[in-house]
Design a protein around this ligand. Structure first.
Ligand code: NAD
Length: 256
């Protein structure tokens, strides 16, 4: 049980982050939800999750594109026994047409935020004598696809950073790993279907089967519950000697 542990999940008012927060809370952890939006419904989401699952759940606003806000999130959380770096965005375009501001935002939110939150959280884990870092990378942290230069660069960076932090904490009761999901049907994936339809001149159905799931041999999306369950496993005693590695939840994508 993760009772007594506090988990901070970045970018967790939707999609995979919310799924991971739910599974960690089901396992007994108190959770901190985060996004940059700070709407009433964000606070309500945390309140409802806490009431439903019988844990303390809070929402803390922080923009993961800004290093100081990443660090402030960890400070405001108080304890941070489990850190899940999940916030992420996507933009799909050929590299010669890739907007510079999108490049900067993807590198900042998907990669640099992990540096800042880990730097702020590790001293707290050391003080508590236990810690788990789970970075939500991607199959695109291990392989590439066209039109996703920034995302692929950022996710490969996350996988590299994960290995480095694992080595720096290797002799401590702290682990650092990355989960590499294939396609999970979340708002992030929904949003890239129109652009991909344009790039490939395809219907929505063809994009889903022949582009999105083309390299996912199972021909099924992974679910947010499955990503959350993998995070819970990485926080368990069974996973205490698993560090500096990646776990793919991708329906066979990286076996191809
Ligand atoms: P999503 O769009 O549903 O969720 C993204 C989350 O990040 C949201 O909670 C959003 O509020 C938050 N966010 C975005 N910008 C932020 C910012 N500046 N500051 C704070 N929070 C911010 O997307 P998702 O599919 O759930 O993606 C979550 C993570 O999983 C991302 O890192 C993504 O790259 C990764 N991932 C997703 C898939 C997939 O198929 N959906 C596959 C592999 C990896």
């Amino acid at each position: 049980s993760l009772k007594g542990k506090t988990a901070v999940i970045t970018g967790s008012n939707s999609g995979i982050g919310l799924g991971v927060a739910r599974e960690l809370a089901k396992a007994g952890a108190d959770v901190v939800l985060n996004s940059f939006t700070d709407r009433d419904e964000d606070h309500k989401l945390a309140e409802d999750l806490g009431a439903e699952l019988g844990v303390t759940a809070r929402y803390i606003k922080a923009d993961m594109s800004k290093g100081d806000e990443c660090r402030a999130l960890i400070e405001q959380a108080g304890r941070c026994d489990i850190l899940v770096n999940n916030a992420g965005i996507q933009h799909v375009a050929p590299i010669d047409q890739f907007p510079g501001d999108k490049w900067d935002a993807i590198i900042a939110i998907n990669m640099n935020s992990n540096f800042h939150t880990m730097a702020a959280a590790l001293p707290k884990m050391r003080e508590a004598g236990w810690g788990r870092v789970v970075n939500v990378a991607s199959a695109h942290g291990l392989t590439a696809s066209p039109f996703k230069a920034a995302y692929v660069a950022a996710k490969h960076g996350v996988v590299g950073m994960t290995k480095t932090v694992a080595l720096e904490t290797a002799e401590e009761p702290i682990t650092c790993n990355a989960i590499c999901p294939g396609y999970v049907l979340t708002p992030l994936v929904e949003a890239q279907i129109p652009d991909t339809m344009k790039e490939y001149d395809m219907s929505r159905e063809d994009v889903v089967r022949n582009v999105l799931l083309a390299r996912q041999p199972s021909k099924n999306f992974a679910t947010t519950e499955q990503i959350g369950g993998t995070a819970v496993f990485l926080c368990s005693d069974a996973a205490a000697q698993i560090t500096g590695t990646t776990i793919s939840v991708d329906g066979g994508w990286t076996a191809l």
